[in-house]
Write a protein that binds this ligand. Structure first.
Ligand SMILES: Cc1cc2nc3c(=O)[nH]c(=O)nc-3n(C[C@H](O)[C@H](O)[C@H](O)COP(=O)(O)OP(=O)(O)OC[C@H]3O[C@@H](n4cnc5c(N)ncnc54)[C@H](O)[C@@H]3O)c2cc1C
Length: 454
């Protein structure tokens, strides 16, 4: 329990959520023990990062409450988007836009982010115990601490927290995911310059209506430094899904990416082919799928002690809108502040009230913006209007990607008229005029030229 008036905090799991909470609660004056099923070296060097973890804009403000910004590489200012539709002879280039976000997005290896947090936590006297925690051990831990947080990711101890059916919209994954980091191309202005004048300051997002999406972005790898991170979001019934299934290592992950670009995005293929795997990091790749799930984030152990879920254990979203790490950091930073201001015990009611605040502050909007980017039928009207409008007016494109930084405005756009009013307000002219000027691309400008190679 508490020592010298401090409150004791136990955190289980040392990913982004656990290490952020460990550092945050230590700096807030608490007595913290972090339990991890892997030692520090293993966390940093023996497992893939859980995701790419791009922090789009505003979540970085919450991150700055936990740790200084240590990273100069992997910062981007916008995105180059291309949408293709149809298949076979009917496949067409539909639209493109290249907005500056109006904020900075930061893509840093989550293993590096977690290790930097862990290092500071240890330097400041935090206790780190290497142990796989099961439900019996969790009961003991929760009985011995004032506050116990479970940060074991999507698996681990998450089953302790029942699924909140009314907040979980899907029962199965919406995409098969393939993530890999590749090297061999710098982040300079020449990289992907044929896509936009921003070159390596912008990420790429290629959408294919039949098969899924591919995100390509400048990335800070923990050892290799300036690299490029790829995520393939393959629709389960599309042609990319079997390619993802067949991946078994970094080389086959790279090959799957090269194959997808060669067949579906040939304008980019000659650049993608230059990229190589990171030989020193055989676990620089990951495949899998996320069933988007919101859980009841407070549970009680067998001995009657309340425990609270943070990070992916509480809310797991498909990564297509880059909300998971963001959600995690906001939840942790706000919980640290709330705990500091709280005088009494960390009861079940208090923990539940704090999670509800998180849900209203960010969680719900993060879930909804993910549904928007997944192309959920509930958002068909939003997409049908906003994508063509974004192709006509770059301010609308920026507003669309502004929702990754702060997704809450999406909650106010319920009807077709709401979306039209939003377009009108952002464009400064009637939405119908904007949409009236939209013409399908037919063929993207650079697709007629050989791709420039940096
Ligand atoms: C392909 C992909 C791309 C992504 N891209 C983005 C993005 O661009 N932006 C964004 O915001 N989010 C993104 N995400 C989401 C983001 O990566 C996650 O939300 C975040 O990393 C979750 O961190 P976590 O600490 O909750 O979980 P984890 O990283 O899973 O950490 C859990 C830890 O707990 C440990 N553990 C498990 N069980 C036990 C146990 N019983 N005892 C002790 N320890 C245990 C595990 O070993 C692990 O170290 C992406 C996710 C994926 C899959």
């Amino acid at each position: 329990m508490a020592h010298e008036g401090k409150k004791s905090v136990a955190i289980v799991g040392a990913g982004l959520a656990g290490t952020s909470a460990a550092l945050g609660f230590t700096d807030a004056g608490h007595d913290v023990t972090l339990y991890s099923d892997r030692d520090r070296e293993s966390l940093r060097d023996k497992v893939p990062p859980t995701g790419v973890g791009v922090l789009f804009g505003k979540p970085r403000e919450w991150d700055a409450e936990i740790i200084d910004d240590l990273y100069e590489v992997g910062n981007t200012t916008g995105i180059s988007v291309r949408l293709h539709s149809g298949s076979g002879d009917d496949r067409a280039d539909v639209l493109e836009f290249n907005p500056d976000y109006g904020y900075v997005a930061q893509a840093v290896d989550l293993r590096l982010r977690a290790d930097d947090r862990l290092e500071r936590f240890l330097d400041r006297g935090g206790r780190f115990e290497v142990a796989s925690v099961d439900v019996d051990r969790l009961d003991e831990i929760a009985g011995a601490h004032d506050l116990t947080l479970v940060a074991t990711g999507k698996g681990g101890l998450s089953a302790l927290f029942p699924v909140n059916e009314s907040r979980s919209h899907y029962r199965e994954p919406q995409r098969k995911l393939l993530q890999v980091t590749l090297t061999g191309l710098d982040h300079g202005p020449g990289s992907f310059a044929y896509r936009s004048s921003a070159g390596g300051d912008h990420s790429l997002f290629n959408l294919d209506s039949e098969n899924g999406e591919v995100f390509v972005g400048p990335f800070l790898h923990k050892d290799a430094g300036a690299t490029w991170s790829f995520i393939v979001f393959a629709k389960p019934e599309g042609a990319w899904a079997p390619k993802v299934d067949e991946v078994t290592d970094a080389s086959s992950a790279r090959q799957a990416i090269v194959d997808i670009f060669t067949e579906y995005f040939p304008a980019d293929a000659s650049v993608i082919e230059q990229l190589r795997i990171i030989e020193s990091d055989p676990v620089s790749w990951l495949k899998g799928a996320v069933t988007p799930t919101v859980r009841h984030a407070v549970a009680t152990t067998r001995g009657g002690h309340p425990v609270a879920a943070i990070g992916d254990t509480a809310i797991a979203v498909d990564p297509v809108a880059g909300q998971g790490a963001a959600n995690t950091l906001i939840q942790v930073a706000e919980l640290v502040k709330a705990a500091k201001e709280h005088d009494g015990a960390f009861t079940e009611d208090w923990l539940e009230a704090e999670f509800e605040k998180h849900w209203e502050r960010r969680g719900r909007a993060a879930v909804e913006v993910t549904r928007l980017y997944l192309g959920d039928p509930d958002y068909a009207t939003h997409l049908e209007l906003s994508f063509p409008a974004a192709a006509v007016d770059t301010n609308i494109a920026a507003a669309l990607f502004g929702l990754l930084s702060d997704p809450n405005p999406l909650l106010t756009l319920e009807t077709r008229d709401d979306v039209l009013a939003f377009i009108t307000a952002v464009a400064g002219e009637p939405a119908d005029d904007v949409l009236g000027r939209f013409e399908p691309a037919g063929r993207f400008a650079s697709a007629t030229e050989p791709a420039a190679v940096s």
